[in-house]
Design a protein around this ligand. Structure first.
Ligand code: NAD
Length: 494
């Protein structure tokens, strides 16, 4: 039976003021309506922000270790419900169970990291330039955090943002992607059960232009943490500038895997299959370009084509499926358009290149894993984010040329280099313009305790993950304590 969900505002589950709803469908079977959610608008956002603003005054005074204890409980509850959460996620966005289990695990790791951070949140003590004076800098909560997330990591990405936001003493208004509202709701239910007080976490469901824009423009929202496309990121940056909000943007990618002539080809093959077709290519860190040294190009491509043809498409709930459906019809259209652009640009389709049909696939958003060969580096399929199971392969003559090609996009999130030559590896680490470089590992595989983010149009310089995200969600307070009993003038009496 179709379940009806609500928004959570000030500790109460309520419908959108308008009474409108939207459907959440299974991308592996579009006739399968999983649940309905409130189609909210600015009125609902206003109420959620009021609730978060009021709750902030108490939450900021809760000691950080106590806030951490709640998040530890959240981690425990997520561990206990891991399988159920993974299945919910697979049903609403399609990726295979192996990966949705990993998505939940990333949330669990993030919860335990946040719990421990409650006993750190280190500040600095620094000598004063004047006698009998003490200087320190402390981390303070900021206020109401607007959290806007995409559908491709429906659990991990919200936890990357919400847990550090709460740990630092902020309150949250959360708008998840409308393709994955159920996983987001499950997360919020856990936060409430674990003891997050009323108003500290609020969830408002609905579309980006109505709910997202209302959060970004709201004068009482102090900071925005957004993950999504570069085009929406730019709009958010412009809108948030009007109220001078602090904004963290994690945006698109066009990640390359380089395979040098000295690489272990079997290892590089496993890497590119996982990097390009995992999550059906819908990862911000997906490998969408393969840059191969000319000496191994033909051999590696025939190995790759053979393995790609063997990948099994299907419902992600089936344990034997390698590649699930795309998330929705729009995504299928985008992928198909790019394949057509590739053909018009003169690229060679080596594998795939069309919507998949056949047993169990007829009513889902399935697309064949696709490889475009002999792609020239400046072509659209080589520089624009496709966000689907499409890999563009480019031939190069040297590590220098490989790095130049890898850098020839407006994105800079992840990168991978397969080589046995330490000189190639270090040159790549130094010269590839990306937030992340893997050596002998695929472009995907972020660990929760490491900084995550990119350069160029992939972001605006902030990092999620690890210790770095706590910089974003807290504000420095500088404190001078003068115990000399007299006026001391910095720069003058020194
Ligand atoms: P999207 O930009 O369409 O939407 C992201 C979120 O923003 C959704 O919740 C959406 O409803 C909301 N939104 C849309 N328009 C808005 C507006 N005008 N104002 C405020 N909010 C708005 O992205 P998507 O299709 O959900 O996700 C795919 C994109 O996300 C890809 O470009 C991918 O590379 C990127 N992504 C980046 C990272 C990263 O960490 N760099 C991680 C995952 C996904």
């Amino acid at each position: 039976m179709t379940k009806t969900y609500k928004n959570l505002i000030n500790g109460k589950w309520i419908d959108a003021k308008s009474g409108k709803t939207f459907e959440n469908r299974n991308p592996a079977d579009w006739d399968d309506i999983l649940s309905t959610f409130p189609l909210s608008d600015k009125t609902d956002v206003d109420e959620a922000v009021r609730s978060a603003r009021a709750a902030f005054e108490k939450w900021r005074l809760v000691p950080a270790p106590s806030r951490g204890n709640i998040l530890r409980k959240v981690g425990d509850m997520m561990s206990a419900r891991k399988e159920d959460l993974a299945r919910t996620m697979t049903k609403e966005m399609g990726k295979v169970l192996l990966e949705t289990r990993g998505d939940v695990q990333e949330g669990i790791d993030t919860a335990y990291y946040a719990a421990a951070e409650g006993r750190r949140l280190f500040g600095h003590t620094v000598p004063s330039e004047l006698p009998n004076k003490f200087n320190m800098a402390l981390r303070m909560p900021i206020g109401v955090a607007g959290i806007i997330t995409p559908w491709n990591f429906p659990m991990a990405i919200p936890t990357w943002k919400i847990f550090p936001a709460l740990l630092c003493g902020n309150t949250v208004v959360f708008k998840p992607a409308s393709d994955t509202p159920e996983t987001a709701t499950r997360l919020v239910e856990i936060l409430i059960e674990a003891g997050v007080p009323d108003g500290v976490i609020n969830i408002v469901h609905g579309g980006g232009s109505a709910v997202g824009t209302a959060i970004v423009e709201h004068p009482e929202v102090d900071l925005i943490s957004f993950t999504g496309s570069s085009s929406v990121g730019k709009k958010i940056s412009e809108a948030a500038a009007k109220t001078l909000k602090r904004v963290s943007l994690e945006l698109g990618g066009k990640n390359a895997q380089i395979v040098m002539d000295d690489a272990k080809l079997d290892l590089a093959l496993e890497g590119v299959l996982w990097g390009a077709f995992g999550t059906t290519g819908q990862r911000c860190t997906a490998t969408s370009r393969l840059i191969v040294h000319e000496k191994v190009y033909d051999k590696f491509l025939s190995m790759l084509a053979e393995s790609t043809k063997k990948l099994r498409l299907g419902d992600g709930l089936n344990e034997t499926t390698d590649v699930g459906p795309l998330v929705n019809e729009g995504q299928v259209r985008t992928v198909d358009q790019y394949v057509k652009i590739g053909i018009a640009e003169g690229e060679k389709i080596l594998v795939g290149g069309k919507r998949a049909g056949g047993d169990g696939l007829a009513k889902g958003w399935f697309y064949e894993p696709t490889i475009l060969g002999d792609v020239r580096p400046q072509m659209r399929v080589a520089v624009e984010e496709i966000f689907g199971p499409v890999l563009s392969v480019i031939k190069v003559k040297s590590i220098e040329e490989a790095i130049t090609v890898a850098n020839a996009t407006r994105y800079g999130l992840s990168s991978a280099v397969y080589t046995q030559d330490i000189n190639n590896a270090y040159q790549a680490i130094r010269d590839i313009k990306a937030g992340i470089t893997y050596i002998n590992a695929p472009t995907i595989g972020a660990e929760a305790h490491m900084p995550f983010g990119g350069v160029k149009e992939t972001g605006n310089g902030h990092r999620e993950g690890g210790w770095t995200v706590y910089e974003f969600f807290s504000e420095w307070k500088t404190v001078y304590v003068d115990y000399s009993g007299r006026l001391q003038r910095a720069q003058i009496d020194t």
